[in-house]
Write a protein that binds this ligand. Structure first.
Ligand code: NAD
Ligand code: UDP
Length: 312
């Protein structure tokens, strides 16, 4: 039986890959987006599929549809975009979650929240396990995103406790791949675009801060596996690739893979920029038998190939 599935933020980077995969698995997909950071270009190849429907809507407003599952991905994810209109970002996470949870309650759908490693803030334990409560500055520049996502988690668990809504909370760590927005300011897209254009590669701070990068296909596998898991396993569960790299190492790898002549330049570190971030994925392994399989170099090659097609 074909499931009916709503994907909010479906025209974004992760959402478009999710819609594509769900359609390939013979589901009917409703892609909802307000196109703040998403683009029709990301899902244009799906428009001829009769089981794909596009809906322009903003999740801060109520919405009604009858579906079996909701993946709630709507929210700008890159610091430049979520800080552009901080209050709107909070509304999207908080009012958007209330609207989508209210919908899930009414139609008895299962609902998954795309949460984030940012709920751990600038973490004081390393790697981060799901039972760590985090170290977030509630009035910093990242707070609109971090606290919005923390409040969303709280809404999800309370709709479950009080209203028996079937929820899933997924804490996503840095994910990259084709269809990242070239101007979203995130490190992988910035470095690849700069390298391909032969511009200076901008290292913020001294480049010793580290991140672990997960290729989009691995993340989407995990997200769908989590949604399809038993109702008793609510999460929160971390997903990301635990292999850690410094930002300098990443820059060198991008230069090597693009055979670029770009030079490194150093710029000030943005405020509240976490020093280290690495997921502990023991829980995802145990409960979902999920581990990422694509290594950084292979994922970067695919991502570089994508950026070559859009950079003139
Ligand atoms: P993205 O910006 O490409 O996608 C977000 C999508 O949501 C866009 O299409 C945007 O237009 C849409 N949107 C934003 N506000 C909306 C609103 N009010 N109503 C309707 N649509 C709205 O970002 P992404 O990287 O694809 O991230 C998707 C989700 O995953 C986000 O919730 C993000 O917080 C989460 N996440 C992503 C990462 C990552 O590394 N990519 C890491 C952690 C969490
Ligand atoms: N970064 C950088 N140069 C850039 C963009 C980002 O050095 O052009 C750094 C940024 O300061 C951070 C890391 O790369 O330490 C990851 O940044 P991103 O915005 O991709 O993700 P997040 O900080 O949310 O993990």
């Amino acid at each position: 039986m074909r499931k009916k599935i709503l994907v909010t933020g479906g025209a974004g980077f992760l959402g478009s890959h999710l819609c594509e995969r769900l359609l390939n698995e013979d589901n009917e997909v409703f892609c909802l987006d307000n196109y703040f950071t998403g683009q029709k270009q990301n899902i244009i190849h799906l428009l001829n599929n009769p089981f794909f429907e596009l809906i322009r809507h903003d999740i801060t407003m109520p919405f009604y549809i009858e579906v079996d599952e909701v993946y709630n991905l709507a929210c700008p994810a890159s610091p430049i975009h979520y800080q552009y209109n901080a209050i709107k970002t909070i509304k999207t996470s908080v009012m958007g979650s209330i609207n989508m949870l209210g919908l899930a309650k009414r139609i008895k759908a299962k609902i998954l929240q795309a949460s984030t490693s940012e709920v751990y803030g600038d973490p004081q334990i390393h790697p981060q396990t799901e039972d760590y409560w985090g170290h977030v500055n509630p009035i910093g520049l990242r707070a609109c995103y971090d606290e919005g996502k923390r409040c969303a988690e709280s809404l999800f668990i309370n709709y479950h406790r009080d209203n028996k809504v079937r929820i899933k909370i997924l804490r996503i760590f840095n994910t990259y791949g084709p269809r990242m927005h070239p101007n979203d300011g995130r490190v992988i897209s910035n470095f690849i675009v700069q390298a391909l254009k032969g511009e200076d590669i901008t290292i913020y701070g001294d480049g010793t801060q580290s991140r672990s990068f997960c290729y989009v296909d691995d993340l989407i596998d995990g997200m769908i596996t989590f949604m399809n898991s038993g109702d008793d396993f609510l999460g929160p569960v971390n997903m990301g690739n635990p292999n850690e790299f410094t930002i300098l190492e990443l820059a060198e790898k991008v230069i090597q893979l693009t055979a670029s002549k770009s030079k490194l330049i150093f710029k000030p570190l943005p405020s509240d920029d976490p020093i280290q971030r690495q997921p502990d994925i023991t829980l995802a392994k145990k409960e979902l038998n999920w581990i990422p399989e694509i290594q950084l170099e292979d994922g970067l090659i695919k991502t570089i190939d994508f950026f070559k097609t859009i950079i003139k």
